[in-house]
Design a protein. Structure first.
Length: 127
């Protein structure tokens, strides 16, 4: 099976042994994004809402690099260090998505890379 690497400077570069995204067939698998500013590779803020907004900005950059839009996201996974911030995720999602919304899971975790409060990954279907 063949696949294509998706990369963009508009999103934070990988900070480990992974690709920003891989396209296989009509599916694109986006690696987790945390709220790093792509230019500085530093967390944008300690504010949970600002972090959530930045994560969506980073995802949007990778989605665009794949030649897609948020409407192509079929699965979104959200990782939060405090599930009390989940209403903020819904608030920001409502600003960026229209029905039908992607399938989604929300997972509470003890910690995330670089002290982030949120991380998200996604699967796109371009078919």
């Amino acid at each position: 099976m063949s696949f294509r690497v998706i990369e963009t400077d508009a999103a934070p570069r990988a900070i480990g042994t992974y690709s920003q995204a891989l396209k296989s067939g009509s599916l694109v698998f986006l690696s987790g994004q945390i709220p790093l500013d792509p230019a500085t590779m530093v967390l944008v803020s300690e504010d949970p809402r600002a972090q959530i907004v930045q994560v969506f900005e980073n995802l949007a950059a990778v989605v665009a690099a794949a030649g897609a839009e948020f409407r192509h996201i079929v699965k979104l996974s959200v990782f939060l260090t405090d599930l009390a911030h989940f209403p903020l995720v819904n608030e920001v999602m409502a600003e960026r998505f229209k029905p039908p919304y992607p399938a989604r899971s929300a997972i509470g975790v003890a910690a995330l890379p670089r002290g982030a409060k949120v991380e998200m990954d996604a699967i796109l279907d371009l078919g």
